[in-house]
Design a protein around this ligand. Sequence first.
Ligand code: HPA
Length: 281
Amino acid sequence: MSNLVMDKLNKCLNQVREKTAFKPLVAIVLGSGLGDYANNIKVEAIVDYHDIDGFPVSTVPGHAGQFIFGYVYDVPVVCMKGRVHYYEGYDISDVVLPVRLMGLMGAKILFLTNASGGINTGFGAGDFMMIKDHISCFVPNPLIGPNVDELGTRFPDMSHVYDEDLQDIIRQTASDNNIKLQEGIYAQLTGPSFESPAEIRMLKTLGADAVGMSTVVEAIAANHMGLKICAISCVCNLAAGISPTPLTHDEVQAAANEAAPKFKELVTKSVIKMGKAYGNN
Ligand code: HPA
């Protein structure tokens, strides 16, 4: 049966393939303020989102729109410089289209990054939190609608979305390089408003350590298609009601920019180890 989601994905894939045949091992999604990670890549090809008909293009300042194909040392990667968010008004299936597309390009590993607000009072602004699990029930599930059988099963298991072996690699990399790494549960809300203090208290009661406006729906779609997933959040501010000051996007970006050098080191060194562990083809 023809499926609209799959038809759109195939059209996007064909357009990318007209520009490059590059096959990545690791797909990296860069969050707020972390976009210049792409400078660490030996670039083989760049495809502007604008040049892919039907591809969702971000409207948020700080989220450029390009796929960067190339090598982190010798590991083939595709890096999304800029992602789209549900709050921009896209259909949830479009929000996860880029991640699905990178899976169809051949990526076996999805490395998600984002900026978040810290709920766990043991966290400080600028900390990194490796995501061990998530709370997704405040955003629509991206698998709603006819199942895309070509990608995965109707009722995917969610017991181990964030791959234990990839977590070990990130943990070990952080420890070897003296990078402080927190671990915890990430909750995605829709945004675009930041949460109220009462919402943050609710999320804390539910067991969330950090909150943001992305990542979980991408992880659900990638898990559906069988990718190995890992995710690191840059805790850019203390969440509403914990922070003594009102939250602003500028504050989030400034904290992300400050954390960027250590973040890049953690991502790069982890990706190199992932390349060694999972090989190229
Ligand atoms: N809430 C939601 N998303 C965020 C935050 C926050 O406090 N900080 C950065 N992204």
